[in-house]
Design a protein around this ligand. Structure first.
Ligand SMILES: [Zn+2]
Length: 524
C-alpha cells in the first residue's frame, strides 16, 4: 500500500462578497475530497479578510512559510481564486510551493498538474483577473458619484479628520494639531526619524492606533487633503498584475479634485513647501540606478550542479555593462565551475524557441473546448448563488419598507436609525455581489479566435522582445531552462497531447553555447 499523501487546507473568506462559501463550507468540501482521494489533512489555514481588495493574509503567508518545512506535500483549496485573484501573485506563490516540492489542488476546478492543465489554469486565472477588473470598474462608478459630492468613501479617514453621519469630513481638532506639528517640523528641516521620535515620545498615535513610522509620516506629508483639497482616485492604478505603477501619475481626467471640498488643516503654502522639500530629498545618490528585468528568474538552472541561476549585472569602468545569469553555487563561492551565460543570448534563444514551438494555432481548438466546459460549470454554480442572494435582497428591501412605513405612521423608535443603516449596508453589498455575477455571466463562451488572438498577442510581445510583458506569461509555458557547460536546453510545457497518442511529452530544444550569439545576430 502506498503511503498517504499529506496535505494542508487553505481557505479564505472576504465578508464583502456574500456569495462566497463560508470557511466551514470550503473546509468541508476539501475534507470530502481528501477522504475520497486518500489524502491526510494535517492542518487548516484560514484567512478572514475584511475586504477582497486588501490582501493581508497572515495565514496564507504562514502556510507559504511552512511549506519549506517538508511536512506536507499538497495544499488544497476550494477554488483557485481562494489562493489568489491576481495572476502575478498566484504564479510566484505557486512557484514557491513547487520549489518546495508541493502541489496545489483545487477541489472544484479539478486541475491535475499535467502540462495541459497548467496552461488551462493560467487561462482561468487570466479570466478571474478580467472579472475583478470589471467589478472594480462598477464599484468605481458608484464611488465616483459620492466623490463628486466630496463624501468619505469608506475605510479610515486620514488622521485629523472624522466623518459625520452624512459621510462628510469634519476636523478632529486634537489630531489636527499632530498633523500641523508634523508639517511644521518637516518644513523646518527636521528629518523623518526626528519627527517620528517626537510623535512617539509624546504618545501620539496614527489613526489606526499605532506608533508613527516612516510610512505614516510620509503619507501625511503627501496627502493634499490636509490643504483642503478633496482628492479621489489619487493613488495610481494597479496594472493587470496587481502591481502599482508608482511612476506614472494618474490621468487627470480619472481624478476628482475639489479645492475647498474638505476642511483644511494646513495652508496651501505649507503643503507646497513640504512637497518641494520631499522632491529634493528624494533625489538621493544611487536612486536612479538602472535595474535589469530578468526574464528567466526561477526557471533557469545550472546543468552542472543543479543550482538555480541568478541574474547578475556588472558595469566595469569605461566598459559596456555585462548582464548574465550565473550559477547560484558560484555566487556563494561554493565551487561550481560552470561559466556564466550572457543574459541576452539565453533569453533570445528561449523566446525564439517559444514562438516556434508553443505559440502556434494547432493547440487552440482543444484549449477552447476545455475552457468553455469550465465556464459552463462555473456559471451554473453562480446562478444558484444569485437566486439565493436575490431572495435575501427582497427580504432586506421589505424590512426597509416596513421601517419607512412605521416612521411615516409616527412610530419612531431610536433603534430605527441603526437598524436602517445596517439594512442599507446589507442591501448595497447584495446589489454589488449580484452585479458582480451579472458581469461575470455576461461573458459569452470563449471562441477559438479569442484564444488565437491571445496567442498572437503573446507572439507579438515575443517578437518585439518586450521582456516585461513576456515575463508575465512565460512561466506558464516554459518549464525549465538548463545551462550545461557546452549547451543550453529549454523544456516547454506541451500545450496538448495531440502530438502523441497518450503520454504527454515535453518539447525540448537545445543549442550549443557557442552558437547562441548567432541567434542574437540574426534577430538584430
Ligand atoms: Zn553550477
Amino acid at each position: 500500500m502506498t503511503e498517504k499523501k499529506k496535505a494542508v487546507i487553505y481557505a479564505r473568506y472576504s465578508s464583502d462578497n456574500q456569495r462566497e462559501e463560508s470557511i466551514d463550507a470550503q473546509v468541508r468540501a476539501i475534507e470530502d475530497y481528501a477522504k475520497k482521494n486518500n489524502i491526510e489533512i494535517l492542518k487548516t489555514y484560514a484567512d478572514r479578510a475584511k475586504s477582497a481588495t486588501s490582501d493581508k493574509r497572515p495565514q496564507f503567508q504562514q502556510m507559504i512559510k511552512d511549506s519549506a518545512l517538508g511536512i506536507f506535500d499538497i495544499v488544497i483549496v476550494h477554488k483557485l481564486d481562494r489562493f489568489s485573484r491576481d495572476k502575478y501573485d498566484s504564479v510566484s506563490y505557486k512557484r514557491k510551493l513547487k520549489a518546495n516540492g508541493i502541489r496545489l489542488i483545487s477541489v472544484t476546478e479539478n486541475l491535475d498538474g499535467s502540462p495541459e492543465s497548467v496552461i488551462l489554469e493560467s487561462v482561468i486565472e487570466g479570466m478571474a483577473e478580467y472579472y475583478s477588473k470589471n467589478l472594480a470598474r462598477e464599484v468605481m462608478k458608484g464611488m465616483k458619484e459620492n466623490a463628486l459630492q466630496c463624501k468619505h468613501l469608506g475605510g479610515l479617514p486620514p488622521l485629523g479628520y472624522d466623518v459625520d453621519a452624512n459621510k462628510n469630513y469634519v476636523t478632529n481638532e486634537a489630531e489636527a494639531e499632530i498633523v500641523r506639528k508634523i508639517f511644521d517640523m518637516y518644513i523646518n528641516g527636521y528629518g523623518y526619524s526626528e519627527i517620528i521620535d517626537y510623535c512617539n515620545n509624546k504618545g501620539y498615535k496614527t489613526k489606526m492606533g499605532n506608533s508613527f513610522g516612516k510610512n505614516s509620516i510620509y503619507s501625511i506629508l503627501d496627502n493634499e487633503k490636509y490643504s483642503g483639497v478633496y482628492v479621489f482616485n489619487k493613488s495610481s492604478k494597479k496594472d493587470a498584475f496587481g502591481r502599482r505603477n508608482s511612476h506614472s501619475s494618474k490621468d487627470e481626467s480619472e481624478m476628482i479634485k475639489k479645492d475647498g471640498g474638505m476642511p483644511a488643516i494646513i495652508t496651501k503654502e505649507v503643503f507646497q513647501k513640504a512637497k518641494e522639500m520631499m522632491a529634493v530629498r528624494k533625489k538621493a545618490p544611487g536612486a536612479n540606478k538602472a535595474k535589469e528585468m530578468y526574464l528567466l528568474t526561477g526557471l533557469i538552472y545550472c546543468g552542472h550542479c543543479g543550482s538555480a541561476m541568478q541574474g547578475n549585472r556588472r558595469k566595469p569602468k569605461d566598459k559596456p555593462k555585462y548582464v548574465s545569469y550565473r550559477c547560484g553555487c558560484r555566487v556563494q563561492k561554493r565551487g561550481c565551475d560552470n561559466k556564466e551565460i550572457r543574459k541576452e543570448y539565453v533569453e533570445e534563444f528561449v523566446l525564439t524557441e517559444l514562438e516556434k514551438n508553443i505559440l502556434n494555432d494547432k493547440a487552440v481548438p482543444i484549449l477552447v473546448e476545455k475552457i468553455n466546459k469550465h465556464i459552463e460549470e462555473q456559471s451554473k454554480h453562480e446562478k444558484e448563488s444569485t437566486e439565493t442572494m436575490i431572495r435575501e435582497l427582497n427580504e432586506v428591501r421589505k424590512q426597509i419598507d416596513n421601517i419607512v412605513v412605521a416612521i411615516t405612521n409616527g412610530f419612531y423608535q431610536s433603534e430605527f436609525k441603526a437598524k436602517m443603516e445596517e439594512l442599507e449596508e446589507r442591501k448595497s453589498r447584495l446589489e454589488l455581489s449580484i452585479k458582480e455575477i451579472e458581469v461575470k455571466n455576461n461573458i459569452p463562451s470563449i471562441t477559438e479566435e479569442q484564444v488565437k488572438n491571445m496567442f498572437a498577442m503573446f507572439k507579438g510581445y515575443v517578437l518585439e522582445r518586450n521582456i516585461p510583458e513576456c515575463k508575465k506569461f512565460i512561466q506558464s509555458y516554459v518549464h525549465k531552462v538548463i545551462v550545461y557547460k557546452d549547451r543550453v536546453e529549454v523544456i516547454f510545457n506541451v500545450a496538448f497531447n495531440f502530438l502523441q497518442e497518450k503520454d504527454v511529452v515535453s518539447i525540448r530544444a537545445s543549442a550549443r553555447k557557442k552558437t547562441l550569439f548567432k541567434i542574437c545576430r540574426n534577430i538584430a
